[in-house]
Design a protein around this ligand. Structure first.
Ligand SMILES: Cc1cc2nc3c(=O)[nH]c(=O)nc-3n(C[C@H](O)[C@H](O)[C@H](O)COP(=O)(O)OP(=O)(O)OC[C@H]3O[C@@H](n4cnc5c(N)ncnc54)[C@H](O)[C@@H]3O)c2cc1C
Length: 503
């Protein structure tokens, strides 16, 4: 077993991980960054970053109100205000680190609008390649940091109620990075489903690591399905996203007969919050038996220039979006819940922090507002990095010992994805969730002998948490729709917390 030492270990190299790592490094701490893959969700982000710019007709209050409205009664208003109010500062810091955003005219950023936003407040880059620019800038700024690729974090190690390090697997085999502070920035869990907009590495690892360390997760039943994932028959795995900004610029959602899908469903029509639009598409497809809906973007001027990423993805699938409507279906996209933290990324376990999509700060409630996640990753990532650095300075060096883990179980990945897609998708019910739970309960012991095996175990633990939370929430709210409980129950306007025992 190999051994390394650090003050702060950051797990993940997306927006949250690299911003956290830079912040901890700038506080003078020895930082080691681990990543199991080169791909991040951050790279694939298209639409942009929601941020209130000074000297516009926008306001923190308006952004907070839109976020809380989308969150369907489960946002923590203090957390939302804290994160939104810090957004412009965090974006300026990213610009100082080299990021560039599209300008409407020299010195003034171009702003677009997305579902659920009452104002144009989304800054973007390269048209619809915002994430690639954020990742490029952060990769460049962090180039001198100690970043270790192909390192899989297997366990958070702790003793006497405090973190002591991370158990890691790399090509030399298992090892330990001893450190008093660990930041989970492991992203989402889209690969719980057969088709998702998420990259290969989004397998719920951070949720599993936290649960195994006794740290609770919350709002985990709220998995956002993006209304417009490119449809291509039965193609599974990572699928291209058609950014919401296409609808922001005038694209309209139609069924095969050419009827509007959202007319009469919500006053904001095609720009209603994502759960509403995804639910409307899902309902129409069930009603008609059609395999997909259509996004007609033919009326958008200079489509190829404004949306180069979408254009390339469509052309690769044999669709010319300037001449024909784009076939779309809702796809697993974003985990609104996750590891319970405060707005500084602190978890219940001393020395363990979480930031970005893996964390549940109270920002998103039952449904994330578009483009709020890069914002949260920037703000909370930076704060978690500074907090972790300060904690490491006070705690001093630690020595970790491997923990005796109980036997871990996994369903074969395709089986798990099929069961999740069938029973815990856009619409759920008790019978299906019970069937899902029974299948998960039959999972077999699995050795953590490589990345794939570990991910299957993590996916199974995350799936158990989602199934337990979805089954316990006997109502429809945000992106959790129960056909057997179609109404929102005011008595359930609170988050559920799940600890290791559930999973
Ligand atoms: C197609 C797409 C478009 C999107 N568009 C937008 C948008 O326009 N605006 C917006 O705000 N949000 C958008 N989102 C959401 C947003 O991109 C993500 O929520 C955000 O980038 C997540 O950042 P992160 O740092 O938390 O995780 P990620 O960027 O996913 O990074 C996770 C990192 O953790 C590493 N990792 C995971 N598990 C382990 C492990 N066990 N050991 C070691 N390393 C591990 C991975 O290798 C990776 O480096 C989009 C998402 C997708 C998929």
């Amino acid at each position: 077993m190999w051994h390394q030492r650090a003050d702060v270990v950051v797990v993940g190299t997306g927006v949250a991980g690299l911003v956290a790592a830079l912040a901890a490094h700038r506080r003078g701490r020895k930082v080691v960054v681990l990543s199991k893959a080169t791909e991040t969700a951050t790279f694939y982000a298209q639409g942009g970053i929601a941020v209130v710019l000074p000297d516009t007709d926008d306001s923190i209050e308006a952004h907070v109100a839109d976020t809380i409205a989308a969150g369907a009664g489960l946002c923590d208003p203090d957390a939302v205000t804290s994160i939104v109010a810090d957004g412009y500062r965090a974006v300026r810091e990213l610009v100082d680190d080299g990021a560039r955003f599209d300008e409407a005219e020299p010195g003034r950023w171009s702003l677009t609008r997305e579902g659920g936003h009452s104002r144009r407040r989304i800054i973007h880059s390269g048209g619809d390649a915002t994430g690639a620019e954020v990742q490029r800038a952060l990769d460049h700024a962090a180039a001198t940091l100690d970043i270790r690729r192909n390192h899989v974090a297997l366990d958070v190690l702790y003793a006497d109620g405090a973190v002591t390090g991370v158990h890691v697997l790399n090509s030399d085999g298992p090892g330990i990075v001893h450190a008093p502070s660990v930041i989970l920035a492991t992203g989402g869990l889209g690969h719980l489903y057969s088709a998702t907009t998420n990259p290969e590495g989004s397998t719920g690892d951070g949720v599993a690591l936290a649960l195994w360390a006794g740290v609770p997760v919350s709002d985990i039943e709220f998995i956002q399905f993006h209304p417009t994932m490119l449809f291509d028959g039965d193609a599974g795995g990572r699928r291209p996203l058609i950014t919401e900004a296409v609808r922001g610029e005038g694209g309209i959602l139609l069924d095969r007969q050419g009827n509007s899908i959202t007319a009469g469903v919500h006053p904001m029509g095609d720009l209603a919050p994502r759960d509403v639009v995804a639910g409307a598409i899902d309902a129409r497809l069930r009603e008609t038996g059609d395999p997909c809906a259509y996004l007609d973007a033919r009326g958008i001027a200079d489509f190829g220039l404004r949306f180069p990423t979408v254009t390339a993805a469509c052309l690769a699938a044999g669709i010319d979006p300037t001449r024909q409507p784009i076939p779309v279906v809702p796809g697993a996209h974003y985990s609104c819940g996750g590891v319970v933290t405060d707005v500084y990324g602190r978890t219940e376990l001393t020395g363990l922090f979480a930031a970005g999509e893996v964390a549940r700060t109270g920002m998103h409630g039952a449904n994330r507002l578009a483009s709020n996640s890069l914002l949260e990753g920037l703000v909370v990532g930076g704060r978690a990095g500074r907090e972790a650095a300060d904690h490491a300075r006070i705690a001093g060096a630690t020595t970790a010992t491997p923990i005796e883990t109980e036997t871990r179980v996994a369903l074969p990945r395709r089986k798990l994805q099929r069961a999740m897609s069938q029973y815990a998708s856009v619409v759920r019910d008790a019978d299906g969730l019970q069937q899902l739970t029974a299948e998960l309960d039959a999972a077999d012991p699995r050795d953590l002998d490589g990345r794939a095996g570990f991910e299957d175990v993590a996916l199974t633990a995350a799936a158990r948490a989602v199934a337990a939370a979805a089954l316990a929430r006997n109502e429809s709210r945000g992106c959790h729709h129960r056909s057997d409980f179609p109404d929102t129950d005011p008595a359930l306007a609170h988050s559920q917390v799940f600890a290791a025992a559930c999973c």
